[in-house]
Write a protein that binds this ligand. Structure first.
Ligand SMILES: [Mn+2]
Length: 468
């Protein structure tokens, strides 16, 4: 793929070196007698796994894909027994290099997480971070997998919807595509494979339903209120039944501006809204990256990864099933957001803490709370029951990262303190801790976040969502 000279915000030489390494990986995949792909089970993971599944299938390379929650020693042992000639991990693996090395079979890691461990002779590790490229906002597992498949064959541009859905799933579209994502989007535009609309991305078919049922953005005054939605649409002169992908840029901008006003009034932060106003990607054959992303994410979170993989490869029936799962998940997230709107959150020294009824939506609730419901001077921690443990999900903002936030480190310290497990990215981290250890874990997170963001360790007055 050409494009070293077209990378917004990245050093062209680094992009070129990365694409060169991606081509070498592509050549090895095409030569493999069989490939076992292990992908993470979230939206980014399923998209990246689906891209490889489709591309290898088209190239007549026998391929099998397993969606996994994490690379546990049990998973490693199971894989080792099957002695696959080549293992590829996508959106997972960089944090478990030493464990993968113990497979004693060739492994290619395609991941953007912070690397941990050394690996060894069995491993090939393709991670933008190793090329001095942005792996937090500028490339996700799907980006890496897509660039590898493009190096296998230009025909794989046909899977662009899945590639952009993966980027949205990891929320790297916020603030506009950059880094390696920017390289992909720019070339897709040149090839007329995508229509970009600037504004607040909305999900669903019709404008009316997007506003009534939408959670991202979560507009408190409109959510679930048909009368309020109808009045607002009349005000901006939009047909409630208009399909989102039929809006002109001017109509989309007008609606976005009106929604931004609503969000500012409910207390959302102007800087975060500036990020939320971004490109939404629509495809000539219909649908948007946002809808596809939500559908695939729901498949993973609701324990139906095989439906998600089939949808990522383009199976129509699977896509319809995935869309229904997405509706279910959206309803559960909305139900968890409503009490937070009503003030059900507490403010610790370093976080806003919200309680969520189920672990599968904790990350999403934390992210949406941070974006739309609190003053974002500190990250949001969502806590949910998760079997015999507690799930912790921490989400921060880009502005907080610029101030020094590193949630991967904060979560690492917290789980080490209480005997749990976890990690992630500077902007988003998760962990599982023993029941009863929340306050100790929170103390450790608070201590670290206060240091990183130079917050007062005690005494910053509690903020609450405005208007509640
Ligand atoms: Mn990812």
């Amino acid at each position: 793929m050409q494009g070293a000279e077209r990378s917004p915000g990245e050093d062209p030489a680094s992009v070129g070196a990365f694409l060169g390494a991606a081509s070498e990986v592509a050549a090895r995949l095409l030569e493999a007698s069989a490939v076992h792909v292990l992908c993470h089970f979230d939206g980014d993971g399923l998209c990246s796994g689906g891209l490889l599944l489709g591309a290898l299938h088209r190239a007549n390379v026998p391929v099998q894909v397993s969606a996994i929650q994490g690379l546990t020693s049990g998973t490693i042992e199971r894989i080792r027994k099957t002695t696959p000639p080549l293992v590829v991990t996508t959106d997972v693996g960089s944090g478990q290099l030493d464990r993968l090395e113990r497979l004693h079979t060739p492994v290619i890691v395609l991941d953007h997480h912070v690397p941990e461990g050394e690996g060894g002779p069995w491993l090939t590790h393709l991670n933008p971070r190793l090329f001095d490229l942005d792996g937090t906002f500028g490339a996700c597992g799907t980006t890496i997998a897509f660039l590898v498949t493009l190096a296998m064959s230009e025909d794989n541009w046909g899977a662009l919807p899945t590639a952009l859905a993966g980027i949205v799933a990891d929320r790297q579209h916020l603030g506009g595509a950059r880094g390696l994502n920017g390289v992909v989007v720019e070339q897709a535009r040149e090839r007329k494979l995508v229509r970009c609309l600037q504004g607040i991305p909305l999900r669903g078919e019709t404008v009316d339903r997007a506003l009534k049922e939408g959670i991202d953005p979560f507009v408190r005054r409109l959510h679930g209120d048909a009368v309020a939605v109808e009045a607002l649409l009349q005000e901006v002169g939009l047909d409630p039944m208009a399909h989102l992908d039929s809006l002109s840029q001017q109509q989309h901008s007008m609606l976005s501006s009106r929604l931004c006003l609503e969000l500012l009034e409910q207390g959302a932060d102007a800087a975060i809204l500036a990020d939320a106003v971004t490109e939404q990607w629509f495809f000539p054959a219909g649908g948007s990256a946002h809808d596809l992303s939500a559908a695939l994410d729901a498949c993973g979170r609701l324990g139906r990864p095989s439906v998600g993989l089939a949808a990522a490869v383009g199976d129509r029936g699977a896509l319809a099933a995935a869309m229904r799962l997405s509706d279910t998940r959206r309803g559960a997230i909305a139900a968890a957001l409503r009490p937070i709107v009503g003030g059900a959150l507490r403010t610790s020294a370093g976080c806003y803490v919200v309680e969520v009824p189920e672990s599968g939506i904790a990350g999403a609730v934390a992210a949406l709370t941070l974006m739309f419901l609190v003053h974002p001077d500190r990250p949001v921690l969502a806590v949910a029951p998760d079997g015999d443990r507690l799930k912790l999900s921490l989400r921060g903002s880009r502005a907080q990262i610029a101030r020094g936030l590193d949630l991967h480190r904060a979560m690492g310290l917290a789980v080490a303190e209480v005997g749990g497990s976890g990690g992630g990215h500077p902007i988003a981290a998760g962990g599982r801790v023993p029941p009863g250890s929340l306050e100790r874990a929170l103390t450790a997170i608070d201590r670290e976040v206060c240091t990183q963001l130079r917050l007062e360790a005690q005494g910053t007055p509690a903020a609450s969502p405005s208007g509640s």
